[in-house]
Design a protein around this ligand. Structure first.
Ligand SMILES: [Zn+2]
Ligand SMILES: [Zn+2]
Length: 207
């Protein structure tokens, strides 16, 4: 498939022409609110923009997207919507999972998260309590996983490849941090964990 723009630059919803099997079809790209960006035209209800293998289009519409990958590069994903906040959890499980004083993660809404490659390389370990760790079976990097019963993805911030401006929005389970953990900051700290609704709100507030 090859797509060309029909009309002036600058408007995401401007008309585009699709040249597909010799046919020229008119359509439009639609980006509205938190919907997945898509292409609509007479012959196709919806094209998922992520499925379009034509880099100028992808760049134009996903220009604000952030890519992430594991250590070996097999597992790749993309976030749209410019995440701004991460949280760090200092509990004993997250310490083991990340091998450090805490993990650092983004909570991304499902609509804003896409796998690019390597999903088949992901292994999953789930404790009887439900704590889950997904990791690349080749290099062992922790990789994103859907957050239990919510519509969010847990995304390890260290996997992001693009230089994104992120700030820590909350420290969780400070009450059980390691004795050698030197965390001290003006960022909200929780002995354990706030209510989920409060937490999501905090992580998506703009400051
Ligand atoms: Zn890997
Ligand atoms: Zn934790």
């Amino acid at each position: 498939m090859r797509l060309t723009r029909n009309g002036s630059r600058g408007q995401p919803n401007a008309d585009w022409r699709e040249l597909n099997d010799g046919q020229i079809l008119s359509g439009e790209f639609v980006i509205s609110g938190r919907d997945t960006p898509h292409f609509r035209c007479s012959a196709h209800d919806v094209f998922d923009i992520y499925a379009i293998d034509y880099s100028p289009i992808r760049e134009l519409f996903l220009g604000g997207a952030v890519r992430g990958s594991c250590l070996c590069g097999e597992v790749e994903f993309q976030l749209i919507g410019n995440p701004t906040k991460i949280y760090q959890c200092h509990c004993s499980l997250c310490r083991k999972q990340g091998g450090s004083s805490s993990n650092s993660a983004i909570l991304a809404e499902g609509n804003n998260f896409r796998w690019i490659s390597g999903q088949e390389k992901i292994s999953s370990y789930v404790k009887p309590t439900g704590f889950r760790s997904d990791f690349c079976s080749r290099c062992g990097s922790p990789v994103p996983n859907p957050l239990r019963t919510t519509s969010y993805y847990w995304v390890p911030a260290g996997l992001l490849d693009d230089n994104v401006s992120l700030e820590v929005g909350a420290h969780l389970f400070i009450g059980s941090k390691a004795s050698w953990d030197a965390t001290s900051s003006s960022v909200p700290q929780y002995e354990t964990m706030p209510e989920l609704s409060e937490f999501f709100e905090l992580m998506h507030s703009r400051s």
